[in-house]
Structure formats: structure tokens, C-alpha cells
Design a protein. Structure first.
Length: 391
């Protein structure tokens, strides 16, 4: 069984230089592969695979252009992985899964330094407080004891080092022994996702919207101020572009951009952590099945009045993590069709209230007089729904 672990690391200044150089080379190679493929397609109407490009790059291009020898100064595994990432992006485009691959930007791109266990003799060692990464040697870990250290039972197959908002992270893929699935209880849970509350369960549990807490609102207020400062610095640079103060202003912009990035990163981490805890609590009740609605999230995001609230709730990420947890516990995850009127059906008598508005938070049945919270009524209907698809 393969399981991934991600945690923050504290590299030394020398290790940071190696990480920055490797990420920069990987970004260059990714963009070079895209531009080379575009050129070949325009001239010869054919696609160059990642394997072909890697072979041409090492055996022909770097031999004929020694000024690009700095590409070989970093980890060859990272360079190869960036080529294969670009190759996968092209293949997903050909299969109509995604759009045409975009070039990676220095200021805004998710490029990683990749490392891998090459053969049976190679061991990527990990201790309680540090991990040995190829080309970096030992690096300190922030969370002590998080990554398994028993090399006989837990084998680190591969990993990557990434950087975000001035912080460094390592993500490793660990091969673990198979564990027994827990015994499940003989009941199910219906889940209604919403904006007012993140999750309303059929067992009466409600997980509130964390974006309405004082902590989040204070951070968002601080973010507005820092973004305003950044905007003013850009305006100042336009006025001082031809003066001697221009370079100093650019450095101030970079400092301010890092402050804004750190606030964005902190907000994202709080929301992700909250979703992780909610998913963990739901799964630890060990129900036989969990049912939720197959929401059209991309369509919901087109509503300009609700787009920010929906994006902050991270519905798709919640669904992905719930799906992974249910698979690990052996819980059946059911998806009900998005057009199923779970909010409009009376759980008591089955009558459909067609004139129910979004502003009606209390469901009152006109047929039998059943009264309940709108979201709780929907969760009960989802729990007992007979038409569903299994994830």
C-alpha cells in the first residue's frame, strides 16, 4: 500500500541554493519542451514524446551547445521528471481532459525538485527529526516523527521538494504494509454541503463555516491592507521608472509580494486543515456508507454573487479527501445525482415542495406540517436515497 506524507523542512542556506537552482532548471526544461514541441509540430506536423526529447537533449543539444551545460549541474532525476510532467500535460490535452499546456512562470508556478529510489540497494533514509534527500543530504523536519522511520516495514519510494511563500516542504511516497480494514457500524450518514455551514449530517452533527470565524476575518482584513500597499508600490514604480529610485522600489515590491503570499498561504492552510479534521471525524464514526450530492462545482462558481464563498469552502478538495479516506476504511461512498431534489422533498411524507426558495432556511411541509432545518432535511433524504452511484 502506498501512502504520501507532506511536511515542512528547514534547509540550510546552501541547501536552499540547490533547491532554487534545481527548480529553476526544471522550469526552464518544462518550457523548453513546450516550445520545442510547438516548433516541431509547425514544421513537421508531429508530436515529440518526452522520451524522444530527453534523448535529443542529452545526446545532441547539450553536446552542440556547451553554454547550456548548467542543466547537468542539477539532479538528472528532477530534469527527467519535469520532461515527463510536460509530456503528461500534452497527452491530457490530446485526450480532451485539460486545455493546452501553459508555460511555467517564475513568480507563479508549482515546480518541484524530484527525487526517487533508483534501485533495491538505494535507501532514502529518514529519522525522527531529519530526512536524507539525494543531492541535499540531511535536512531537518518540522514535524518530528510524522514520517515513518522503520526502514524494514516502511520504504520511501520517491518524493519531491517544493517551495511556497518562502517556506519549504518535502512530500514522500511511502510503501507501507497492508492494514486490516476496521469493522463498520450498521448505519449510514447523509451529508449536505453548504455555504452557511460546511457540512450538515443526518445524525444531527453540524460543522460550521470556518470562514465566518474571527480569526479568518482578521486575516482577510490584514490581507486587504497588504494588497493595498502592494498596489501603491506598483503605482509608485510607474512614476519613478526613469529615476535612480526605481531599483529600490522593485526590491520593496518583492518584499511586499512575499508578505501577501504568506497571508494567502496561511488562509489556505487553515481551510485545508479544517477540511481534513472534518473528514477525519466523519470517517472515524465508521458508518457503513456515506452519501453526498454530486454537485456541479464549476457551474456553481459561475454565480458571481456566491463564487468567493464557494471557493473558500473548497468543496472539490473536501470530496477528494473524503473519497480517499472512505477507500482506506472500506466505507461505501455514494453520489446522488445533482438534479435530485433533496432539499425540496419532505422526509416525513415524501411530498415535493416546488416553491422552496434559497432564502427559506426552515422546511415546512404544506402536506403534513413536518418542520425541520432545510439542510438537515436534505441530509436525511440523501442518506435514504436509493438511486446513487458508488465512487
Amino acid at each position: 500500500m502506498l501512502k504520501s506524507y507532506k511536511t515542512e523542512i528547514f534547509p540550510t542556506p546552501e541547501q536552499k541554493q540547490i533547491i532554487h537552482r534545481t527548480i529553476g532548471v526544471c522550469r526552464f526544461i518544462y518550457n523548453f519542451y513546450l516550445s520545442y514541441n510547438k516548433k516541431i509540430y509547425d514544421e513537421e506536423k508531429r508530436f515529440v514524446s518526452g522520451y524522444e526529447f530527453s534523448k535529443w537533449l542529452n545526446n545532441a543539444y547539450l553536446v552542440q551547445n556547451p553554454e547550456f551545460s548548467w542543466i547537468k549541474e542539477v539532479s538528472s532525476k528532477s530534469v527527467k521528471q519535469s520532461i515527463m510532467n510536460a509530456d503528461r500535460a500534452f497527452k491530457n490535452f490530446f485526450k480532451h481532459r485539460t486545455g493546452f499546456p501553459n508555460f511555467k512562470k517564475k513568480s507563479n508556478s508549482d515546480v518541484k525538485m524530484y527525487f526517487v529510489k533508483t534501485d533495491a540497494k538505494t535507501i532514502i533514509a529518514c529519522e525522527r527529526h531529519r530526512i536524507k534527500i539525494p543531492t541535499l543530504d540531511w535536512v531537518r523536519l518540522k514535524e518530528k516523527g510524522y514520517i515513518p522511520t522503520n526502514r524494514e516495514m516502511y520504504i520511501i519510494k520517491s518524493g519531491s521538494v517544493s517551495m511556497k511563500a518562502g517556506r519549504y516542504y518535502v512530500s514522500v511516497l511511502v510503501e507501507e504494509p497492508e492494514t486490516e480494514t476496521p469493522v463498520l457500524n450498521n448505519f449510514g450518514i447523509g451529508i449536505d454541503l453548504g455555504i452557511k455551514n460546511l457540512v450538515t449530517c443526518s445524525n444531527g452533527t453540524i460543522y460550521k463555516n470556518i470562514n465566518k470565524t474571527v480569526r479568518i476575518r482578521k486575516l482577510e482584513k490584514s490581507l486587504k491592507r497588504q494588497q493595498r500597499k502592494l498596489s501603491r508600490k506598483y503605482e509608485s514604480l510607474k512614476k519613478l521608472l526613469n529615476t535612480t529610485k526605481g531599483e529600490a522600489t522593485r526590491k520593496n515590491i518583492q518584499k511586499q509580494k512575499l508578505i501577501v503570499q504568506k497571508l494567502y498561504h496561511k488562509l489556505a492552510n487553515i481551510r485545508i486543515d479544517y477540511n481534513n479534521k472534518v473528514v477525519s471525524e466523519l470517517v472515524k464514526t465508521k458508518p457503513m456508507w456515506i452519501t453526498l450530492e454530486d454537485l456541479n462545482i464549476s457551474g456553481m462558481m459561475k454565480n458571481r454573487h456566491l463564487v468567493k464563498a464557494i471557493a473558500q469552502q473548497k468543496f472539490f478538495e473536501f470530496r477528494t479527501k473524503l473519497q480517499a479516506k472512505c477507500k482506506a476504511y472500506g466505507i461505501e461512498l455514494r453520489f446522488v445525482d445533482r438534479f435530485y431534489p433533496s432539499s425540496k422533498i419532505c422526509y416525513h411524507c415524501g411530498c415535493i415542495k416546488s416553491d422552496l426558495k434559497l432564502s427559506d432556511r426552515i422546511y415546512i411541509c404544506s402536506n403534513c406540517g413536518y418542520t425541520a432545518n432545510r439542510d438537515f432535511n436534505a441530509s436525511l433524504n440523501l442518506r435514504d436515497c436509493f438511486t446513487y452511484q458508488i465512487a
